[in-house]
Design a protein around this ligand. Sequence first.
Ligand code: IPE
Ligand code: IPE
Ligand code: MG
Length: 245
Amino acid sequence: MAAKPDARVPRHLAIVMDGNGRWAKQRLRPRTFGHHAGQKAVKEAVEFCLRRGIGSLTLFAFSSENWKRPATEVSALMELFLKALDKEVDELHGNGVRIRFVGDLDAFAPELRARMLGAMDRTAGNTSLNMNVAVNYGGRWDIANAARLAIEAIARGEFAATELDEARLQHYTCLADQPPLDLFIRTGGEHRVSNFLLWQLAYAELYFTDTLWPDVDQACLAEALDDYARRERRYGRTGEQVATG
Ligand code: IPE
Ligand code: IPE
Ligand code: MG
């Protein structure tokens, strides 16, 4: 019989990688310096998930609202994404990581979009870790997009409008093929969701740390997992019901 997965280890971890700008400011450097420094923490997170057997890691890299930032910061981030794609995909692929970009990719320059699609294609057969990178992503966009896709399916006659329920709508949301979100981590000290995975967060455990993203390492993530392991997930039931299975 296959070993039962350890319920104390999340199957799906999502991280709002926040605090790059403040990290740079503390060092009297421009905000983009912090974004560059944050790349090391991404590697730490990937390595951590591979080591701990966490199957899905979803990282918030650029929100649909981040376009509002100064044009210089936005273009520096786009440049950084492009460079990171060139630099990191080989190693990720070598480690069996499947890369997926989630969000509205149409807004990106054709060159960047092509690299994103290329990385997804190239790693599509990998199974060690699903690494989902949320770019131009918004939780409300995800839900609205799912609704539009469901309506299109209804118009094609695939099912009746009266049959559209939570399970059917979920099918059209990003990450529907991956395990339910178990643990949400936000670094950088803010206690908010900032339009990340609104649908998927319904029963996720939330963990906040003041550590700024570029300072995040395996020990910091291990603390989050230890905290998660102590939680009792009740899903609406009583503690007694949970205890008796
Ligand atoms: C998160 O760090 C990275 C992105 C949003 C791209 P921030 O840039 O938001 O850093 P702070 O919150 O200003 O410190
Ligand atoms: C959320 O961080 C988005 C990412 C980390 C990519 P923000 O820094 O944009 O969030 P707010 O503006 O503080 O809510
Ligand atoms: Mg921020």
